[in-house]
Design a protein around this ligand. Structure first.
Ligand code: BGC
Length: 823
């Protein structure tokens, strides 16, 4: 793109009258505080392609802001929200498209439209710039005779502030006026004589590099249609502060919705999700339809239950300052008009529609939009609530992996919080192939790393949010390690090695207490000392670094580094023991998370390990079989319990339904994972509105446990070249079952690893354990077979082979590719 320039339009052009659309903006829209520009910057250029035969035509394009691009009226590509989010202080990504099929010999028109996006929309918190969006494109035409011509953005282009998208913002939504011609400027014969020349924007100091990782797409296989449509008029008294909505009718899901002026309808798509609606609407020209979004309905109309409106209406207080709205003004087409926004996205399950005149809405669809990570995992159990939890976790990932891994997709945040990311990344890597996605995000991490070596607390970095947060910034080590382990991807280590070393040096400079500040065990029910978490994470980082170095041990540089990190780990362990183990040989940090981290990072002396695991188990039992952990502890609780032989307790936590527990939210009606264990309770309503997302995947980390331990699909040679099968069935006896719980009796899991499809399925049948597995070609596996109700001398049947059991603690079966039934 070296010959292309950033082109921009001066906002002054608006007041100079370049914008022809002002008069047609409706009163309501004009008064809305979301209208800033009355149209988006549009850039266009008419150019000629020779009549010589075309061999190949490509366009590379990017923007400061979010762009869409058209050639001769056709949208180029089907990627959404380009160019995604990067640390724009350092980098923006360009996308390349083959346009050979849509270019014509003779005159052509290329046009780009740019909204503020992540570059200067509200979400950027003014980090990168405050003034202009900009566009850059470079078309390369290669003719059959080998000649090449280029069309690049420069001052020969024409631009205006205009188009039907009056405004768009990631947090706030989109304002669209369909009366405004949004088509003809995409074609060659449009008269652009009153458009102006762009100016060259030269304030961007970063690099322009090719997009890596999956692009953002609409994902049609996931789209949702209405499950329930409720039409109401105002509210009526029910004894609460806001009353309840006055329902006029409940329509069948497929019905078109006749919405008279003054009426409101609420569509429930049955699933909290991320994307945008697409719908057809009929009505008079100039009628404005307003859409609001929500994850939950108000349940009673009571303020003391956190409600922000009448019972049955949309609850949106938890979006905080994000307006998350669509205003669509109809052109009045008698055939109806179909619309979806393209420069924003929403996190929602409920959509409220109202209009300032009569309309009919039909063909309503909720389109799921996100980074296109191919899904690779399936897991199902005998317990429907657990199955719902699994679905909730997957939907959380679908929604929150959008260009970057976000904490949540709906409120005025949607940031790449590093802590949430590292806690969930392993579960995510079972759900989908996220390798490319995290190569891209680690690029953001490197770009956002500070001079001191600290990785940021959110990547891409934004102003206000800090860096070097314990268990947050550590994502810079943990994410590459997990991606390496899951995909055998050595490149992720090499690409990030220098940055990881810089970070480790930063940690070393801080002593033994981890990063330069700490969020602690965020949102836990029981506190854990922050420096303690810091030490444990420092140790984990050193351990992971040593393992990553080992991969390259034939190279003296890395074998030396490996030794250094092993030594560092030992040193931290020594400090840990000195500081956190009392003279009586007991851990002096007594929280569940305290025990978990010590065990996970293997920081206890040999003789304390069993006792610590037993104590942890005891603590959970004494807590009514409930966890008390926040983000940090929950990220590893079941995994660590299973690692130390406490899988039965992991099952008791999994199947717990009281507060706090994973199934508690399922019982309160969740369709995604919530930010808090009690984001909403049937008993007392909504949790603290200051921070109450209903789509926050961090606690979904338990899915890692389900794949790795419950179903038992793991690897000891990165990338599943050698598979470890270690299914851990629910062997709790009647006496051990917490009240109200019953056993999980079967699990079926499959994982499309980079080495092929792995299946693992078990069933408890009349007290005996039956296992089926499938191992892909080109791999080998070791199965650690759990002996349930077996004694020495009993037989195991592996397909039709017989194996006599002679060691109850160690049934290790080596398997070649193929399908096996073992019982
Ligand atoms: C985010 C979290 C994040 C946290 C940092 C919150 O506002 O939503 O998920 O990790 O801040 O403590």
């Amino acid at each position: 793109m070296k010959n292309a320039k950033w082109i921009s339009i001066n906002n002054e052009n608006v007041s100079k009258g370049v914008n022809p659309w002002e008069n047609v903006i409706t009163e309501e829209i004009r008064n809305s505080d979301t209208v800033r520009g009355k149209g988006l910057p549009i850039f266009r250029k008419v150019f000629s392609a020779d009549n010589k035969k075309l061999n190949k035509v490509t366009v590379k394009a990017t923007s400061l802001g979010v762009y869409d691009m058209f050639l001769n009226g056709k949208r180029i590509g089907n990627d959404e929200l380009k160019p995604g989010w990067t640390d724009f202080r350092k980098r923006v990504l360009y996308y390349e498209y083959d346009i050979t099929d849509i270019i014509t010999a003779g005159k052509n028109c290329i046009a780009g439209v740019v909204s503020p996006g992540w570059w200067m929309g509200r979400i950027s918190l003014g980090t990168y710039v405050n003034n202009h969006t900009a566009f850059m494109a470079s078309i390369k035409i290669t003719y059959e005779d080998g000649t090449i011509s280029e069309i690049n953005t420069d001052t020969d282009w024409k631009c205006t502030i205009g188009g039907a998208i009056l405004n768009a913002d990631i947090w706030d939504g989109e304002i669209y006026d369909a009366r405004i011609d949004n088509e003809s400027w995409k074609y060659t014969d449009f008269d652009d004589s009153n458009w102006v020349a762009p100016f060259i924007y030269d304030e961007f100091k970063g690099e322009i590099t090719k997009h890596i990782g999956p692009t953002i797409k609409e994902r049609p296989f996931l789209s949702l249609t209405p499950k329930k449509i409720t039409v109401y008029e105002g509210s009526k008294d029910n004894g609460s502060d806001f009353g309840e909505i006055n329902i006029l009718s409940v329509l069948n899901p497929g019905d078109s919705i006749e919405l008279k002026k003054g009426l409101t309808c609420i569509i429930d798509v049955g699933q909290n999700m991320v994307g945008w609606p697409r719908f057809k609407v009929k009505g008079g020209s100039g009628t404005t339809v307003t859409l609001r979004f929500g994850e939950m309905p108000n349940d009673s109309g009571d303020k003391k239950r956190g409600n922000d409106g009448p019972a049955g209406s949309i609850y949106s207080a938890n979006y905080r300052s994000a307006k998350a709205k669509i205003y669509y003004t109809l052109s009045g087409d008698e055939e109806g008009e179909t619309y979806n926004p393209t420069h924003t996205f929403f996190g929602f399950r409920y959509i409220e529609i109202s209009a300032d005149d009569n309309i009919t809405v039909s063909s309503f669809k909720a389109c799921v939009v996100g980074s296109e990570n191919t899904e690779t995992g399936k897991i199902r159990t005998s317990n429907d609530d657990v199955n719902k939890l699994i679905s909730n976790i997957l939907w959380g990932q679908r929604g929150n992996y959008l260009s970057i891994p976000t904490d949540c997709p709906q409120r005025d945040e949607r940031l790449g919080w590093t802590g949430d990311t590292q806690i969930f990344v392993n579960a995510a890597a079972y759900n989908a192939n996220v390798r490319g996605f995290f190569h891209k995000w680690m690029q953001d991490m490197r770009d956002s790393q500070s001079e001191t070596g600290a990785f940021p607390d959110v990547a891409p970095r934004v102003r206000v949010v800090g860096e070097g947060g314990t268990a947050w910034a550590d994502a810079g080590i943990i994410v590459p390690y997990v991606i390496y382990r899951m995909y055998g991807d050595k490149d992720i280590i090499l690409e990030n090695f220098a940055a990881m070393e810089k970070y480790m040096n930063f940690l070393k400079s801080r002593g033994y207490q981890g990063g330069n500040h700490s969020y602690g065990d965020w949102l836990s029910y029981e506190p854990t000392e922050k420096p303690y978490i810091g030490t444990c994470y420092f140790a984990l980082n050193a351990l992971y670094m040593s393992k990553m170095c080992k991969t390259f041990e034939s190279d003296p540089f890395y074998s030396e580094k490996e030794k250094e990190y092993i030594a560092l780990y030992k040193d931290i362990k020594e400090y840990f023991c000195k500081t956190y183990i009392d003279e009586d040989g007991k851990l002096n940090v007594k929280s569940q998370t305290g025990y978990l981290l010590a065990l996970k990072a293997n920081l206890l002396p040999e003789n304390m390990i069993k006792e610590a695991a037993d104590l942890l188990e005891e603590k959970i039992k004494n807590n009514g079989y409930k966890l008390s952990t926040g983000f940090v502890g929950t990220g590893t609780i079941n995994q660590t319990l299973s690692e130390y032989g406490k899988s039965n307790m992991a099952y008791s936590l999994l199947l717990q339904t009281g507060n706090p527990s994973w199934l508690y939210s399922v019982y309160q009606g969740a369709t995604t994972i919530w930010e808090r264990w009690n984001s909403y309770t049937i008993e007392s309503g909504f949790g603290d509105v200051g921070m109450n997302s209903f789509n926050h995947y961090a606690y979904g980390a338990v899915l890692e446990w389900m794949y790795k331990y419950m179903a038992g699909i793991d690897t000891d040679v990165p990338g599943f070249k050698h598979i470890i099968l270690r299914p851990m069935p629910d062997t709790r006896t009647k006496d051990e079952l917490p009240e109200g719980q019953s056993n999980i009796t079967y699990v079926e899991a499959e994982y499309e690893s980079v080495s092929g499809l792995i299946k693992s399925m078990w069933k408890m049948e009349n007290g005996s354990f039956k296992y089926e597995t499938q191992i892909p070609e080109g791999t080998t596996a070791t199965l650690y077979f759990p002996l349930v109700n077996k004694s020495i001398g009993d037989n195991l049947y592996i397909n039709d082979q017989v194996l006599s059991i002679n060691d109850l603690n160690n049934v290790k079966i080596e398997l070649k590719p193929g399908k096996y039934t073992i019982c």
